[in-house]
Every structure is written in structure tokens, then in C-alpha cells.
Design a protein around this ligand. Structure first.
Ligand SMILES: *Cc1c(COP(=O)(O)O)cnc(C)c1O
Length: 495
């Protein structure tokens, strides 16, 4: 059976491969599957499968216009020795929760889980749809997406990739990772603005019909590697299914037992994937949405009002410093009863007034979710206490989730087994992590801290960090927010 994709704002239906190529729908909406497919293999079978096999069983249900050979080939190219753990997403039990480590890929953040496969899904989609233009991936990043996308697309034939990041809004390791990126088809630009400025600028270019014509005339077409692309969302569903199957395999839970999932959230992509997994029949009870001090989502879940009109806080978990969670639109569409008009008017209110309020009926449909947030002190204390009690070191984003999980348990007394999505290696945020453990580390240099972290945790320095120690800086372009389009045209040699 062929699953089609429709826009959350009502436009025409497309196939999976077309949705992957386009990224965003022409009407500005996000593509969603016309219905969420049910898992068609048992958990028992899944519990004896490798990550790659589980990926196939999940993704085949969504990418129905890919042949089995095409999909398996994409999976094999993505989930290989680029990952430094054979399980791809290993799980660590510490202090009452299961940490699902999603950071064993090329850039040591969870974005690798999807971005290592997206280039292959995209070039396969291009072939299927007889695209002869060069695909230009346009990406805004809060730090991790940019590097992971470039690592995925670098030197992939028929593609170019341009990444915009907030010049002063990413960690030193994140910035160094990006500006040392190799590959003739990669281009990195630091903008004088925050992540939302970058994301808004990118969205504007996507929606600009005139610009699309100019690109077309020059043999290019845009696509997106941002988490709005269905080719990002679908691979992220896999690890929730895999995690559940692994818990059954390891006899931590019995088949059918409900678990909770905690996700440190920014753009709402990762937690939306968990929601899809639940809707496919995976026994997940609550979806616990963890925010940092940019707690728009916490306020939304507790009041039904989404309001981005507030100060943007730069925190120690920069990949969650987001005031417009793009993927939330997919949830809004769903709880509006898949009413594209209702969704569109809320999204228009968001873009005009920066806020909207959902109806009581829609709020009723949010019962699967629990939202809370962690401030900077609480986050640091969680890192400190977990290390002191167990020796396990987590990064700042994961610590936001772990803090919110503690609040959830004390609010609800719910003792179901719980998986915490661990979204970045602590090595990526070594300064914040180490000073949380002990203030005495504040005076150390970045790489000294990394060696010290390795020594106190007993975890070897990941290859991704080792590499940038000596890598030359290859990118130094900066621009103002209103110069983004010109910067793109200049790089593509468009007059
Ligand atoms: C991107 C990112 C997040 C937020 O994920 P979303 O899908 O945007 O909600 C959390 N932690 C880390 C380390 C990230 O890179």
C-alpha cells in the first residue's frame, strides 16, 4: 500500500520521495503521513534484530515508494562504522533511568541518527523523480544540525550544502566542528543574530517563489535538511522502537509493559518521533517534554497558549535555545483533528503576533504529553550529582531531561520504567559539563578540559573531537540577517 504525504496547511498530496526532496510544502506547511502506519512485526521479533534491521521494519512503513533494495542500501550506508558503537544507539542504566545514547555517530550528537541517512534518502529520491538539478541543502542550525548535515552531505554527488549558524550562539567545539568542515560542496556562514533569525531567514528563502525561479534557471533546487524534513523525522522513530525492543531483549521490561520517554526538546522533532512511535503501537505511556530556560513549550503544555514574545536566553544547552519549535505544527495539525484551515490560522497568528491559543478540545488531546523545564543551576546540579553518585557523565541537554524527569516523578509518583533520550556526548559541551562537576575546572583550556573529562569518566576522547584539535579553519564567512539570500546567491554564482 502506498502511503502519501499531505501538508499541514492543506496543499496537494505527494509521495514519500517527493516530500523528502521538497522538505517544506509549497503552501508553507509541513508534510505528514496521510495516516500513521502500525508496526507489522512483533516486539518479540524486533527484540532479536540489529539496529539496521529495526530501521528497515520501521522505515519501510513510511517510505513506501522506496524498493526494499533502495531502502536497505540507504540504511547500510548510513549506520556503519561511522558509529563508534555496534548497537548504534546503546543504552546505559544510571540512577533510576535508561539513558538511550544517541550520540555515537560522526558528530557526537543525536542529529547524526537522521542526518547520516538523509543524504542517501535524498539522492535516491532525486533518482526516482528524475531530478536533473543540483540539490542545494539550505540549513539553519542551533549548533548540532549544521555539522551533522555537512558530515552527511560532504562530497555527495549532485548536492551542495549551505549552513547558517548564530555566530555567538554555539559552543566553541560546535563552531570549530563546523568551520573545519571539508568537502568542496559545503559552505558555512555565521550570522549576526540568533537561531530563530537563522531559521526564519531560511524559511523565507524556501517560500520565495521568485528565488525558486532564479535557482531553476541556474540548474539548482533547494531542499532542507532541517528537522521539518520527513526524511529526518522517520529515521528518528527507529530508535524508540529499538530502545523498547532492547529493554524487552534484556528482560528489563516484559513485552507490552508501558514505558515513559523523556526528550530534551528544542524544535520538537525528536519528541514528535517518539509520539509517532507511540501511535504506531509501541507501548509508550507519557511523552515528557523537557525544556531549558527557553520554556515556551512548558508554558504551552501548561496553559494551551504558545507565545514566543519573550527574551531569548542563551543557555548551556544551546541546541535547545529555540523559541519557535517548527515541528510542533505537526502536533497542532493532529490535535486540531487534521483540520488544515484551523492549523493554518494558528500558524498565521504565530507569524503575525508571535502567539496563538488552542481550543479546550485540542488541549484534551495533549494528555500523552507532560512538559516541564530546568534552569541553569538545576541542570548543572544534575550533572554534578549523577557523576558523584554513579560516575556517569551526561551532557547539558541530557541533564535538562534528567532534571525534568525528577520533577515528573515527584509531581506524579509515576514509577514506570523510563528512557531518557541522551542527545549529545558530554565531550561536545565539555566546559559546561566539567564546571558543573567542579568549579576548579573553570580555568582550564578547551582541550585540556576534554582530556580531563576523559580521565574522570573513563571514556576515550571521541574521534570527532580528536580530529578538530588540529584541523585547519576552512570557513570564515559572516553576514547580517538581511544578507542571507545574497550570500547564498554569491556562493552559487547567481547574478
Ligand atoms: C537538536 C538537539 C536537541 C533538540 O532536538 P529537537 O528535535 O530540535 O527537539 C536536543 N539536544 C541536542 C544535543 C540537540 O542537538
Amino acid at each position: 500500500m502506498n502511503l502519501t504525504y499531505k501538508s499541514t496547511r492543506g496543499g496537494a498530496q505527494v509521495t514519500a520521495s517527493q516530500a523528502i526532496l521538497k522538505g517544506l510544502a509549497d503552501d508553507g506547511g509541513l508534510y505528514v503521513p496521510s495516516s500513521i502506519p502500525a508496526l507489522d512485526v512483533s516486539v518479540e521479533e524486533l527484540s532479536n534484530m540489529t539496529y539496521q534491521e529495526v530501521a528497515y521494519e520501521v522505515m519501510k512503513l513510511y517510505l513506501t515508494d522506496f524498493t526494499p533494495q533502495e531502502l536497505k542500501s540507504c540504511i547500510d550506508k548510513a549506520y556503519d562504522s561511522k558509529f563508534d558503537a555496534e548497537e548504534i544507539a546503546p543504552m546505559v542504566y544510571a540512577d533510576g533511568a535508561y539513558y538511550l545514547e544517541l550520540f555515537h555517530g560522526a558528530t557526537i550528537a543525536f542529529k547524526d541518527m537522521a542526518l547520516s541517512i538523509l543524504p542517501h534518502l535524498m539522492t535516491t529520491s532525486a533518482r526516482k523523480n528524475h531530478v536533473d538539478h543540483e540539490i542545494v541543502i539550505l540549513t539553519a542550525t542551533s549548533g548540532d544540525t549544521g555539522k551533522a548535515a555537512m558530515a552527511g552531505f560532504a562530497d555527495v554527488e549532485g548536492t551542495k550544502i549551505i549552513v547558517f549558524y548564530p555566530k555567538d550562539g554555539v559552543s566553541p567545539v560546535q563552531e570549530k566542528q563546523m568551520v573545519t568542515q571539508k568537502g568542496k560542496n559545503t559552505f558555512v556562514v555565521g550570522i549576526h543574530g540568533n537561531f530563530d533569525d537563522a531559521q526564519t531567514g531560511v524559511k523565507k528563502m524556501f517560500n520565495d517563489k521568485e528565488l525558486a525561479k532564479v535557482l531553476d534557471a541556474n540548474g539548482y533546487q533547494f531542499s532542507s535538511a532541517n528537522s521539518i524534513n520527513i526524511g529526518r523525522l522517520v529515521p528518528q522513530i527507529v530508535y524508540y522502537v529499538y530502545a523498547y525492543a532492547m529493554l524487552v531483549h534484556n528482560e528489563e521490561i516484559v513485552n507490552g509493559e508501558k514505558i515513559n520517554v523523556v526528550v530534551p526538546t528544542g524544535n520538537f522533532g525528536n519528541i514528535l518521533a517518539a509520539y509517532y512511535a507511540k501511535n504506531m503501537g509501541l507501548p509508550i505511556d507519557r511523552l515528557i517534554c523537557a525544556s531549558n530556560e527557553n520554556k515556551v513549550l512548558y508554558d504551552f503544555f501548561s496553559t494551551g497558549r504558545y507565545d514566543k514574545n519573550r527574551d531569548f536566553v542563551v543557555t548551556s544547552s544551546p541546541s535547545m535555545d529555540i523559541l519557535i519549535s517548527s515541528n510542533l505544527e505537526r502536533l497542532i495539525y493532529k490535535i486540531a483533528g487534521e483540520d488544515a484551515e484551523a492549523n493554518r490560522s494558528l500558524m498565521e497568528a504565530l507569524s503575525h503576533d508571535g502567539k496563538y491559543e488552542i481550543t479546550p478540545e485540542m488541549r484534551e488531546r495533549l494528555k500523552d504529553f507532560y512538559g516541564n523545564f530546568a534552569d541553569e543551576d538545576q541542570t548543572a546540579r544534575t550533572i554534578h550529582d549523577l557523576y558523584t553518585d554513579t560516575g556517569y557523565v551526561i551532557d547539558t541537554h541530557t541533564a535538562v531531561a534528567a532534571t525534568v524527569y525528577k520533577k515528573y516523578v515527584s509531581d506524579t509518583q509515576d514509577t514506570k520504567k523510563t528512557v531518557i533520550a541522551s542527545t549529545a556526548s558530554p565531550f561536545k559541551f565539555a566546559r559546561s559539563v566539567m564546571t558543573a562537576i567542579d568549579k576548579k575546572y573553570a580555568d582550564m583550556g578547551d582541550f585540556e578540559l576534554i582530556d580531563e573529562l576523559s580521565s574522570i569518566s573513563g571514556v576515550p576522547v571521541p574521534k570527532a573531537v580528536e580530529e578538530i584539535r588540529t584541523a585547519p579553519v576552512l570557513h570564515n564567512t559572516q553576514c547580517d540577517v538581511d544578507e542571507m539570500e545574497d550570500t547564498v546567491k554569491k556562493w552559487l554564482n547567481i547574478k
